[in-house]
Design a protein around this ligand. Structure first.
Ligand SMILES: NC(=O)c1ccc[n+]([C@@H]2O[C@H](COP(=O)([O-])OP(=O)(O)OC[C@H]3O[C@@H](n4cnc5c(N)ncnc54)[C@H](OP(=O)(O)O)[C@@H]3O)[C@@H](O)[C@H]2O)c1
Length: 250
């Protein structure tokens, strides 16, 4: 019996153009690499140029369509330059993934109000403004917007009120936007991961004085896999919200 050669599966995001923020580290890094491996053209951004160059190196054969652009997304000129690079490198953007974020933990009795301002600037104002800037492109391409939120965006634990407030705000922005752009064919997803093994989570464990339980946390690649699955669903279906938790309580 002979078998015809089975063609290699076509990377399913070929032809799509993605911007991933927070791509220099952790979850955003894993998402940028996964989207590029699935065939998307990607602009990966963060502030740390060296870390972005390392992401490109790790992309292997997909590096040809993974571009890096360092930017501080809290800065309006930085956002404008980033949008210009996206248009120049990718043409019509069809996937915007917001993973950049910052986290500060303190009970209200001790918290510094400037930490609230900073978390608001990075976690809420910057993704709002960047989305606003790129929305015409995403409407034109009937694209996807993914907000990497947090389980703290659904229900706030003690000692984390500032961060949780920014993530609740981000969820509200996504909910409102989803209703505004659905008829234009744009899908908006809020993804709420629990504890994931990234440099941010390492800092959290250090601040809690706890040992690093590397085997019980989710991996950033698990979150990237979920984002890819959401993007690959037929255009008729929107995944509005997803909660991902480590199976065992870390
Ligand atoms: N890890 C978890 O357990 C967990 C759980 C729930 C939700 N999340 C959320 O997941 C997202 C990613 O977190 P992570 O754990 O991957 O954290 P991470 O490893 O610390 O990465 C954070 C990313 O945000 C970027 N960033 C921060 N401030 C920025 C700014 N002003 N301009 C541009 N980029 C900036 C950083 O890039 P540069 O330093 O290069 O600027 C970095 O790439 C965040 O939104 C976080 O809130 C994480």
């Amino acid at each position: 019996m002979t078998f015809a050669a089975v063609p290699a599966p076509k990377p399913q995001l070929t032809g799509r153009a993605a911007l991933v923020t927070g791509a220099s580290s952790g979850i955003g890094r894993a998402i940028a690499l996964r989207l590029a491996a699935a065939g998307a053209s990607v602009v990966a951004t963060g502030r740390d140029r060296g870390a972005l160059d390392a992401v490109r190196k790790d992309a292997g054969s997909a590096a040809a369509h993974l571009h890096v652009h360092p930017a501080d997304i809290t800065d309006s000129d930085g956002r404008a330059d980033l949008a210009a690079t996206v248009r120049q490198r990718l043409g019509s953007l069809s996937i915007l993934v917001h993973s950049a974020g910052t986290h500060h933990r303190a009970p209200m009795a001790d918290a510094d109000i400037s930490d609230l301002d900073h978390q608001y600037a990075v976690n809420v104002r910057a993704p709002y403004a960047l989305t606003q800037l790129l929305l015409p492109d995403l409407v034109r391409s009937r694209g996807d917007i993914v907000f990497v939120n947090s389980t703290q965006g659904r229900s706030a634990g003690p000692g984390i009120g500032q961060y949780a407030a920014t993530k609740h705000a981000l969820r509200a922005i996504a909910d409102s936007l989803r209703g505004e752009v659905a008829d234009a064919g744009v899908r908006v997803c809020t993804l709420m991961p629990g504890r994931t093994a990234t440099p941010m989570q390492q800092r959290v464990f250090r601040s809690e004085g706890r040992a690093w339980p590397s085997d019980t946390l989710m991996a950033p690649q698990d979150v990237a896999e979920m984002v890819t699955a959401v993007l690959m669903l037929p255009a008729r279906t929107t995944v509005a919200e997803i909660v991902m938790l480590p199976t065992r309580r870390p």
